[in-house]
Design a binder for this molecule. Sequence first.
Ligand SMILES: NC(=O)c1ccc[n+]([C@@H]2O[C@H](COP(=O)([O-])OP(=O)(O)OC[C@H]3O[C@@H](n4cnc5c(N)ncnc54)[C@H](O)[C@@H]3O)[C@@H](O)[C@H]2O)c1
Length: 471
Amino acid sequence: MAPVKVSKICCIGAGYVGGPTCAVVALRCPHIQVTIVDLNKARIDAWNSPNFELPIYEPGLEEVVRQARGRNLFFSTDVDKAIREADLIFVSVNTPTKKSGVGAGFAADLNYVESATRRIAAVATTNKIVVEKSTVPCRTAESMRTILEANSKPGTRFDILSNPEFLAEGTAIADLFKPDRVLIGSLQTQEGKDACQSLAEVYANWVPRERILTVGLWSSELSKLAANAMLAQRISSVNALSAICEATGANIDEVAHAVGFDSRIGPKFLRASVGFGGSCFQKDILNLVYLSESLHLPQVAEYWRQVVEMNEYQKRRFSKTVVDTLFNTITGKHIAVLGFAFKADTGDTRESASISLIRDFLQEKAYVTIYDPKVEEAQIWLDLSEALPTWPLETIKKHVSIVHSALEACTQKEAIVIATEWKEFKEIDWQAVYDGMSKPAFVFDGRMILNADELQKIGFTVKVIGRGDRL
Ligand SMILES: NC(=O)c1ccc[n+]([C@@H]2O[C@H](COP(=O)([O-])OP(=O)(O)OC[C@H]3O[C@@H](n4cnc5c(N)ncnc54)[C@H](O)[C@@H]3O)[C@@H](O)[C@H]2O)c1
C-alpha cells in the first residue's frame, strides 16, 4: 500500500492547539479541506462569529482565520460527520492533570482522549490516519490503537501517529508558520511509515523537509514531555539563582546575560520571573514524575518534581517579599495587580502566577485591583473562586475589583505588582501613577520589564525579582 494523499482533515478539539494549528494547515494547504470540531458549542460559535470575535487571542490568528474560513476551513459541532469524511484526524483534546482517583495531582486525565478515540471507532467507515496531537504520557498511542482495533468495522484500518505540538501561546502563529521542527512518531512497520509520510507531505507544503523529523511512536510521545520539562527546568534554574541574587546584591539579568554567552547554554529562556504558568509546563512535568514513579524510577521522579517545587517556592517568595516590604502587613492595604494572563499576548490564565499572588494577598486580607488587557472578567472570577474554594464569590468580590486600564488600577494604591509582562505596562505614565498613589509608593516588578532607576528617581520604592538591594 502506498501513502495516502490527504485531502480531508478533521481536528477534534478547537482549543488553543487545535484551532490555531489546523487554521494554519488550512491556510498553507488550500487543496485540503480542514474541519475543526468541538463539543463546546459556544467555542465553535465564537470561531464562526461574523465579526471574528474568536474564542482565543493570539497575535496573527484572526488574519489566518479571515483568509481560510469558508474557503477550506470550517468549524463545526458535528463531530461524527467530520470524522466520517476525513482521511486524517488530529486528536487535539485537553489532557489536564487528574483531580481524583489513581495518580490524582500527577497523572494525565486521558478521559477526553479516550472518548474522542471511541467516537472515531464508532463512526468511521473508511480507513483513517489518527494523529495524537494532544500531549500524552508515553505509550498512549498503544491504548488508542487497542480501542480503535477492538471497535472498528470490518475492513476499516487505523494507523496511529504521534505529532506533538510545540507551539508557545502568545507566538503560536509565528511558531506554526516557521516551526523549529515538526515531530512525527509512527510504528516502524511499512503501514506506520506510509502513514507518517502522508502526514509529512501535509507539513511539507510549508515546512522545509529537514525540519520534519520522523521517529518511533514512543520517542515522539516522550520528546514532548521532555521538551517541556527541560524548558521549565531552565526557568526554575534561573529563578533559583534569582533568590541568590536578591540575597547577595547580584543582578539576575547580568548573571543570565553572562551565562547565556556560553554557546553550550545559549541566551534564550533565561529570564527570571515570578514563576512559570500556563496549561502545559506543570502538567507535563507532573506527568513525567508520575511516569517515572510508575516505571520504578523514584530518583528520576524526585529530580523532575523539584522543578515544580522551585516554581511554587518562587511564587510564594514573591508574595512574601510584598508583605515584608509593606512593613510586614498588607491587611486592609490596596494593591494593584497588573496582568492576570500567565504570559503576555495571550488571554489564557491557566496556572497563571498572578492567581497564586492574588490568592496570597487576599488571604492576608488586602484589597486587590486587577487589570489585564485581554482576560475576560468572568474568567478572573472563575479562577479566583477555584483558588479560594472556601471563600464565597461575594466575599472575594468585596476584596477584589477588576478595572479597564492600568492607570485606573494604580490610582490611590499603596503598591503595584507587575504579574504579566504585557508591553503596555512599560509605557504607563509612571509620574501620573506616582502622583495618584498613597506614599510611600511601592512597585514590585515580577517580570523585570520596568526601568527601576527611572521609577526610583520619580520616588517609588522598587523591588525587582532577582535584584538585591545591596550595591
Ligand atoms: N496550550 C498550549 O500551549 C499547548 C501547547 C502544546 C500542546 N498542548 C497540548 O494540546 C492539547 C490541547 O490543549 P489546548 O490548550 O488546546 O486545550 P483546550 O482545553 O483549549 O482545548 C481542548 C478542546 O477539546 C474539546 N474536547 C474535549 N473532548 C472532546 C471530544 N471528545 N470531542 C470534541 N471535542 C472535545 C474541548 O471542548 C476543548 O475545547 C493538550 O494535550 C495540551 O497539553 C497545549
